[in-house]
Design a protein around this ligand. Sequence first.
Ligand SMILES: Cc1ncc(COP(=O)(O)O)c(C=O)c1O
Length: 334
Amino acid sequence: MTTASSVAESIGDSVFDCVGNTPVVALNRLFPDHGVEVIAKLELMNPGGSMKDRTARYIVETGLAEGSIKPGDRLIESSSGNFGIALAMAARVHGLRFTCVVDPKTTTANLLLLRKLGADVELVTEEDAAGGYLTSRIRRVGELVAAHPEAIWVNQYANDRNWLAYYHGTGAELANQLVRPPGYLFAAVSTTGSILGCARRLRERFPELKVIAVDAVGSVLFGGTPGRRDIPGIGSSRVPELCCPAEIDDVVRVDDAEAAEACGKLLATEGIFAGGSTGSVVAAIARKLPSLPRPCRVLAIFPDRGDRYLDLVYDDEWLTAALARRSTRRGAHS
Ligand SMILES: Cc1ncc(COP(=O)(O)O)c(C=O)c1O
């Protein structure tokens, strides 16, 4: 007989103990093609709503363990979305201070969440030449670091612990979860930390794996042409220091409207309520499907949930405007 005292309790030390161990599910309803099996790792199940919980947890916990981060320290980062929220959670849990540099594209919901999590929010308003705010945000980070010499700039674009979080996290979990090799990995890119960490770990177990980066139309990663893009999380207006094009087999660029339409199809067929970059991944797979060898297994990473995109990709007016922008862009190129 099992007594209460002989049952091992399972209680996490904090919400960060719930990061990871995300499930993998088949997408047979969305992709019923019997020759190609599409499976997805649901990183959107992480407690902060996105895979960036892994980066925040890994950077903060390894920093605390080695003493490069100490309770009471101030972290500074430029992020208008998932990473800022994940760092704000980590700062709360570990008694750190956090300044998040954001821009006018940051959604009201994310601003509210950052402030409620206790982050100091610094808003930059000056647009750079490319029509974005990245230059202003990085400049403001530099000013803040100069004003607070004890502060730590997390710098997700250049910090090796970004990709290592996925090497030891998502990638290691997948290497255990999968027995039959995936032929292809499709992952959305911005800093490229998650795709590189997953690819490096998975290729140790499945050396034939082909790695497909899913980027946004308008992002300059992998030689893309700069342009307007409204879906946060995917794409970049500068090439991150972490980026290693030699490790990427192919790049698929998806525009805002195509990503939004794919989010709608994913919700309607599989009941998965996911963010914009997941729509980009789904659209990229659908585009590549006809040319894939058969039989094959495709592995997709689904980075975040749909809640933060209700007034973007799930909003009909927003989609109509995104479709109009696509027509204008195509008209300009014809
Ligand atoms: C929703 C979403 N998708 C994709 C990415 C891209 O991930 P990475 O920065 O690891 O390339 C991010 C990064 O913030 C994200 O928030």
